[in-house]
Design a protein around this ligand. Structure first.
Ligand code: NDP
Ligand code: 2IT
Length: 447
């Protein structure tokens, strides 16, 4: 429990008001554990009700999304957008299409996004959206009709200075294209109201790669700063081989690492010599499964249980699939496999128990809100390009992304030192993100 009486009170109220929202409570609890170190030093935080306001989203939109499948049947999904906090900029965050999506998951993602976006140093508030729609196994026409119906309701809440969605799990370039196209049609204007757009219609070069690339830049900075080492020759395991995982694999390999294991929902593959990550990306970009990899390549082992990934001997782990995929049992396997650093590419992929074990074993650990911020940072760069009607080259965007990830790392590290927990980036990231949002909220009155 928290040492601050104020946090104890706000947390129990939060539990009472959000029954059954386990993921949201988990995210709030990690945040509160970190700020417990500083919250009582500044009486204004309590006087101004800052934490009570932070655990309440500014707005939560829930709506019906009806669409017609290829057989002519009417289907109904539930759509969400949480406009979590706009103290430092317009609402900004991705869109998740997955059957698991519910209010708790959307709220935890919006809460995390608020502090992540603060860490980027860009003027971006926090938001998240999505639906319990499952794109897997749907035809392109079905996905398009669903995206159009989702947009037919959500459009009224969006705008290039109001709320700017992007993709996330289950929503990639194809879905962003369908949503943006419909938004543009019904608004009758062409503005940068989405990020992750295609290059031919206002997208930024490197946005598709940015989260995975940024994760590697962050990991490299952390390894160098805390251990005096680099990624060269390090054996890396990566869960999830979607947008984040596959691009992290490509960049880590380019930086000299050997990718010894990867996974998707069909299972995991491992190879001591290193996987052909470009081929994994090709398979996944073609919406195929990692279980097909052994049909085309030798020197590889396969297990239909994706959690076996964490038993592969490695130096670094990048969990890049989904929340709470790394449970205590997986964390024990990660420790046993000799891993010295875990960087979260996904949002909250490690349970609280898993993180505690890593910290106890002195494994370097980077939380998603810092390590995976490269995606939204590049979305911020896409917004700037759209607003100025220009486009930067790949090398310009890459240079800015490297700089941003380095700054995020340094900000988190310096903060961890200042509060007496050097190298604890869970503490550093949460406090550094909080202080920026707090400062903006304090200046703008009770709203
Ligand atoms: P994608 O949908 O592109 O990819 C998700 C991948 O994870 C797929 O390969 C999927 O397998 C796999 N997967 C899902 N559940 C599991 C599981 N339990 N174990 C192993 N693999 C699994 O999503 P993204 O890469 O965009 O997102 C991944 C994570 O990163 C999410 O937490 C997201 O919120 C976070 N994130 C994404 C950002 C972005 O810019 N896209 C930015 C920052 C964070 P299959 O293909 O077989 O379905
Ligand atoms: O979780 C995330 O940071 C994202 N899905 C990216 C959000 C964005 O607006 O680019």
């Amino acid at each position: 429990m928290f040492k601050s009486k104020y946090l104890q009170r706000v947390f129990s109220e939060c539990l009472r008001k959000n029954p059954g929202e386990d993921e949201f409570i988990q995210a709030v609890s990690e945040f509160m554990e970190a700020i417990d170190l500083i919250v009582d030093e500044d009486p204004d935080i309590e006087r101004l009700g800052i934490i009570e306001r932070l655990v309440e989203p500014e707005r939560l939109i829930i709506f019906r999304v009806p669409w017609v499948d290829d057989a002519g049947r009417v289907r109904v999904n539930r759509g969400y957008r949480v406009q979590y906090n706009s103290a430092i900029g317009p609402y900004k965050g991705g869109t998740r299409f997955d059957p698991s999506v519910n209010q708790s998951i959307i709220k935890f993602l919006g809460f995390e996004q608020t502090f992540k976006n603060a860490l980027t140093g860009l003027p971006l508030g926090g938001a998240k959206g999505g639906s319990d729609f499952d794109p897997a196994g749907k035809s392109e026409g079905e996905v398009m009709r669903f995206c159009q119906s989702y947009m037919a309701e959500l459009f009224r809440h969006l705008g290039s200075n109001i709320d700017i969605p992007a993709g996330d799990l289950g929503a990639g370039a194809r879905e962003v294209g369908f949503m943006f196209g419909y938004y543009r049609k019904i608004r009758n204007e062409f503005t940068g109201t989405f990020t992750g757009k295609g290059l031919s219609y206002g997208g930024s070069v490197l946005r598709p790669q940015a989260t995975g690339f940024g994760l590697c830049y962050f990991a490299r900075e952390m390894l160098s700063n805390l251990r005096g080492e680099d990624l060269k020759g390090k054996r890396v395991v990566i869960s999830g081989s979607g947008n984040v995982g596959s691009n992290a694999a490509v960049k880590a390999k380019e930086l000299g690492a050997i990718i010894v294991g990867m996974s998707d929902i069909s299972g995991m593959i491992a190879s001591e010599k290193g996987l052909d990550v470009e081929f994994v990306k090709e398979l996944k970009d073609g919406r195929r499964l990692i279980s097909e990899y052994p049909l085309y390549r030798t020197d590889v082992s396969f297990s239909a249980d994706y959690r076996d990934l964490w038993k592969v001997q490695a130096d670094i782990a990048f969990p890049c699939a989904t929340q709470n995929e790394v449970k205590l049992e997986d964390a024990k396997n990660i420790v046993k496999s000799g891993v010295m650093m875990v960087c979260e590419g996904a949002n909250m992929p490690c349970t609280a128990e898993a993180i505690d074990l890593f910290l106890e074993k002195q494994i370097l650990f980077a939380p998603g809100k810092a390590a995976n911020a490269g995606g939204v940072s590049t979305s911020g760069l896409e917004m700037s390009q759209n607003a100025q009607h220009i486009s930067w080259s790949a090398s310009e965007v890459d240079a800015k992304l490297r700089e941003i990830m380095k700054n995020i790392y340094q900000n988190c590290y310096r903060t961890s030192v200042r509060v007496g927990h050097p190298g604890n980036l869970v503490i550093g990231a949460n406090i550094a993100g909080f202080l920026k949002v707090y400062d903006a909220m304090k200046a703008q009155g009770i709203i």
